[in-house]
Design a protein around this ligand. Structure first.
Ligand code: ZN
Ligand code: ZN
Ligand code: FE
Length: 718
């Protein structure tokens, strides 16, 4: 056995049945944290003189840099944590080889204690003995510690019993900032309306759902309806936030996710979280990232002091530094598989295996939900969630993330990939590196991200439904039908382009898109007479003027914005106070429908010339008429989803007829919509298409960097 740059190479010899058994048991009996991302085998000539087991030095003479993701507290450590006889009883930093911090404490390679943020905590004799003993569960576990030699808790304002005091404050409905693995959270009793309302008011966050940490799996079952897969995901070593169907009678504040049928839950993944639950006796605690508006999560004490003092009543912190900011991962289960909304803690830096050798490439992603990706051979390392790259603080995190990942993986990129949008901070950064640069169209990157993670090659159809992205013609794209692969794509169809009145304001106020879509057909006066929900005369006039003059109203084919218009017209949402709110409200409404209201199809405008267009005017007019005749919002919402899925099928049928490919990838932020994805998936597979969606990276812009890297790798090899 030896480590090679491509992975572990094993040479085994024996009878065929024995080798088969070995292969099966190798996978079945892996240690808890081992992952096999790919397994290949070939036949070798028999060597009669060889027997026994040897580990050979790494093929390049160095230790392979493989840093593990952070992992939730294991069952053994949990047992010790609550065993009064154990020397680590209630020690909030208990860990072993099978659990604990990894990625978030690493400052360099090789992965050894001096190159982690545990460097300042020399092992005591008892811990040292465990560390040196090959038979101990803590053999060579770098972050181990105990009450004698490990980090300790502190409370601000100071208190001799930080944990007891923090727990008491939580019981009283106070807001406590808690230092976690990858950053600070704001914690508050999830059962108390008053407490959650105070958090919303102080955080100035009106409606965006908060994640909730529950004391154990039983408590999760009390709050949400769980499938087997969802239970496994919640209690797995990655411990992500899982978006679940909330029980109507769930004993948590309505203010956690106003108007939503869903709730994001996670389990206590650090020993500190565990002891906080034990001490406070609470069942469910809001745990939302602690940050200043639109800035990355706070990770150090100085920042916590400066930025959280006005929000939190107390700060529960400790002296083990966080090397790199890492948010919680967010997932939902779709067709028995996890679907990422955000891929971060617990998964990073696990690589995605590419179906080709990409060499060393840095891809810098887009703007919203930014992540970066670095490749090393056939491994693509997608970074943790960085955030919306729109301010200095996030740009700084972006640069730190690139530096940290390239140090850990020893990657010196020879090629850089970025979005084609010239004004994204990521694009400007890429331009400044002085390396060969590949600019990748946004929706091409969505398509290739989905191809790469599914190991696909060749040409296929991409249905890319997205909020925003600069198109080749200078307009904003987002409802795209593409044909092609890594080398390039052709835009064969798209949603009809309409004006985006007020630019960014249109994304915040869905009614603007409703007026924009219907203005042309219905005219200034007419659409009002058709019973549009009440808008003030001033609101209408502003938008109508923009549409007439074309001022501050760029053209867009965005599917995200069509969802906004539909959500408004169906009566499901009036505002978009956070990205995707109106679309989520429309999906939630549709989930409650008994049956869809039959709506006009999205007209497939043919006329021979490509690209074809989907015209949503008849569909949107149908929503207005439906509301006038008293149809329910739920029925209209489901009708809209159904009509859109039918349109995707009609479009893909047309593309297959004209071009040939029968494989379809679904990508773009709109495919976070589980209902739409399912309706599209079912229709396309029934019609004989092979359909691929995202499982390893998010369908939203968090997956873009992977796609950019894949395109750059292909361009270079051409
Ligand atoms: Zn453990
Ligand atoms: Zn110790
Ligand atoms: Fe996008």
């Amino acid at each position: 056995m030896r480590n090679t740059p491509a992975g572990v190479a094993l040479e085994v010899q024996g009878t065929v049945p024995a080798l088969d058994t070995f292969g099966q048991r190798l996978i079945a009996e892996l240690p808890p944290l081992a992952v096999v991302s790919q397994c290949e085998h070939c036949d070798l000539p028999e060597v009669s003189a060889e027997s026994g087991f040897v580990i050979l030095p790494s093929s390049d003479g160095r230790r392979e840099a493989q840093i593990a993701p952070d992992t939730a507290l294991c069952a053994d450590c949990r047992r010790e944590l609550f065993d009064p006889a154990d020397r680590r009883y209630r020690h909030p930093f208990i860990t072993c080889t099978n659990c604990g911090p990894r990625f978030t404490i690493v400052t360099g390679i090789p992965y050894d204690r001096p190159l982690t943020t545990m460097a300042g905590f020399p092992l005591c004799p008892a811990c040292e003995a465990e560390y040196q003993n090959p038979l101990n569960r803590r053999f060579h576990a770098q972050p181990i510690a105990c009450p004698d030699c490990g980090p300790h808790l502190a409370l601000l304002p100071a208190d001799p019993q930080p944990l007891v005091r923090a727990a008491a404050l939580l019981q009283q409905g106070r807001i406590v900032a808690v230092k976690g693995l990858g950053g600070f959270h704001l914690a508050v009793d999830a059962a108390s309306d008053e407490a959650v309302a105070r958090l919303r008011q102080r955080k100035q966050r009106d409606e965006k759902p908060f994640a909730v940490m529950v004391r154990d799996l039983n408590q999760a079952r009390e709050l949400a309806l769980l499938s087997e897969m969802e239970e496994r995901l919640l209690s797995g070593p990655e411990a992500p936030i899982v978006i679940l169907r909330r029980r109507p009678e769930a004993a948590v504040s309505e203010l956690i996710a106003p108007g939503s049928l869903w709730i994001g839950l996670m389990l206590p993944y650090t020993p500190l979280h565990q002891v906080l639950f034990a001490e406070s006796g609470l069942h469910a605690v809001v745990m939302t990232s602690a940050n200043a508006a639109d800035e990355p999560m706070v990770i150090d004490e100085a920042d916590a002091h400066a930025k959280l003092a006005s929000v939190a009543d107390a700060i529960l912190t400790h002296n083990r530094p966080i090397a790199v900011r890492t948010d919680d991962s967010v997932q939902r289960v779709f067709q028995g598989q996890p679907l990422f909304y955000r891929r971060s803690r617990g998964y990073v830096p696990r690589p995605v295996m590419l179906p080709f050798d990409a060499g060393q490439i840095l891809a810098v992603g887009a703007e919203l939900k930014n992540t970066i990706c670095q490749t090393r051979g056939s491994q693509a390392f997608a970074s943790q969630h960085i955030g919306d790259l729109k301010n200095e603080a996030t740009l700084e995190t972006f640069q730190q993330t690139i530096a940290h990942l390239s140090t850990m993986l020893e990657i010196r990129p020879a090629l850089v990939a970025c979005d084609r949008h010239p004004d994204y901070l990521s694009t400007r950064y890429a331009e400044g590196l002085g390396l060969p640069l590949v600019r990748v169209q946004h929706h091409h990157a969505h398509l290739t991200a989905c191809m790469a993670e599914n190991g696909l090659d060749g040409e296929l159809i991409g249905v890319i439904f997205d909020g925003t992205g600069l198109g080749d013609d200078g307009t904003i794209w987002g409802g795209e039908f593409l044909v092609g692969g890594y080398a390039g794509v052709e835009r064969v169809g798209h949603l009809k382009k309409v004006r985006l009145p007020g630019g960014d304001a249109a994304a915040r106020e869905p009614w603007r898109m409703a007026v924009s879509w219907l203005y042309e057909t219905c005219g200034d006066e007419v659409w009002r007479s058709r019973g549009m929900p009440a808008l003030t005369a001033a609101e209408q006039q502003t938008v109508v003027t923009m549409l007439q003059r074309g001022l501050n109203a760029p053209f867009t084919s965005s599917m995200g914005r069509l969802f906004d218009a539909a959500a408004f017209l169906a009566g499901a949402a009036r505002c978009n106070s956070f990205d995707g709110q109106a679309g989520m409200a429309l999906e939630a409404a549709a989930e409650t429908a008994v049956a869809p209201v039959r709506l006009p199809p999205l007209l497939l405008q043919e006329g021979g010339a490509l690209p074809f267009q989907l015209d949503a005017v008849p569909l949107l007019t149908g929503l207005v008429d439906g509301r006038c005749s008293g149809a329910s919002t739920a029925g209209l919402a489901l009708g809209f989803h159904t009509a859109l899925a039918e349109a995707v099928l009609a479009a893909c049928d047309k593309i297959r007829h004209d071009f040939g490919p029968g494989r379809v990838v679904l990508s773009g932020g709109v495919f976070q919509n589980r209902l739409l994805t399912e309706l599209v998936y079912t229709r396309l597979s029934t019609a004989g298409f092979s359909v691929f969606s995202h499982r390893l990276v998010p369908p939203n812009d968090g997956g873009i960097a992977l796609g950019q890297a894949a395109v750059a790798a292909c361009r270079r090899s051409l």
